[in-house]
Design a protein around this ligand. Structure first.
Ligand code: CA
Ligand code: CA
Length: 305
């Protein structure tokens, strides 16, 4: 097992099987991945002119990383060990952006210092940081998916559970998986209603390992408290439905549960939640308490190194 640093000079704006690997690692390696913020550091002041921003350089992801031995049909487990934030974040919103895009009359930028575990939202309000990764995924089997778009390969899911300690499980669609991540937030609420979290550069340490012989409905996430299925669709209703169905399918496959029984369990003890409603596809997640999944037969050791 080796540990490597991948600098934020290696960035892509789309996830694609045609991207050349920036780094090759072995199954089980640890990588410290340095990321730009979602504006690639172009916003440095609240007074800055929106028109001066190069909107082609949005949502860069650092990578891709080729994992030796990864073959289509495998799963890639990304254990997020640590997220170190830069000392300043930024938020933007305006006309045609986010859920208030039809009411906002001008573009706004807010710079948000981050120190001592707090995001200084205003003179009167400090928010606890809740670091999370907005864009994280593998290459799709074919075509090119912009980093701003989520999907079954991962991408811009903006799921706030993708944080320190979590294990995100992604598909391997092409040899080597071609994994990348970016768009870290110092904090973000479910929905991401302004079209951004507290956007910030970061260094993210992950351990990458392969899971063979599982046909789980990914993307999935396992943390100390939850087993989660994540789905993205054009409409939130459809994303929500598929996230719940994916959890039922997981319980059928992994725990041998009957479909109706699994559905009862979700309805009695699970939570269907919104990740984001502002990206080209909307993202929902279904959260089942981990102890319940384990009681039904899910083995956490399956996704540990
Ligand atoms: Ca995002
Ligand atoms: Ca973002």
């Amino acid at each position: 097992m080796t540990s490597t640093v991948l600098s934020n000079q290696h960035i892509v704006y789309a996830m694609s099987p045609d991207n050349q690997p920036a780094l090759r690692v072995e199954d089980g390696d640890i990588v410290e991945i340095h990321t730009c913020d979602c504006f690639e550091g172009q916003i440095e002041s609240a007074d800055q002119d929106f028109g001066g921003i190069d909107w082609e350089r949005i949502n860069p992801a650092t990578g891709p990383i080729y994992v030796e031995g990864a073959e289509p049909g495998d799963l890639l487990v990304v254990h997020i060990q640590e997220i170190q934030l830069a000392d300043r974040g930024v938020m933007t919103t305006g006309p045609n952006l986010g859920v208030l895009g039809d009411e906002l009359e001008r573009n706004s930028i807010r710079m948000i210092p981050v120190r001592d575990g707090k995001a200084i939202f205003s003179d009167a309000l400090e928010l606890p940081i809740q670091p999370m990764i907005g864009v994280i995924g593998t290459a799709p089997a074919q075509g090119s998916v912009p980093c701003g778009t989520p999907g079954d390969h991962g991408g811009n899911m903006d799921c706030k559970r993708i944080t320190e300690g979590a294990r995100l499980i992604l598909p391997v669609n092409v040899p080597g998986a071609l994994f990348s991540l970016g768009d870290v937030h110092a904090a973000m609420g479910d929905g991401e209603v302004a079209v951004c979290g507290i956007e910030i550069a970061a260094a993210v340490r992950v351990q990458l390992h392969l899971l063979k012989g599982k046909n789980w409905p990914v993307p999935m996430l396992v943390d100390d408290h939850h087993v989660i299925t994540i789905a993205s669709e054009k409409f939130l209703d459809d994303a929500a439905t598929r996230a719940a169905k994916n959890m039922v399918h997981f319980l059928e496959q992994e725990c041998g549960m009957d479909k109706a029984e699994a559905t009862f369990l979700l309805s009695a003890a699970g939570d269907l939640r919104v990740c984001q409603v502002v990206d080209p596809l909307k993202t929902a997640r279904f959260e089942l308490p981990r102890w319940i999944a384990e009681k039904q037969g899910f083995s956490f050791s399956a996704i540990q190194v």
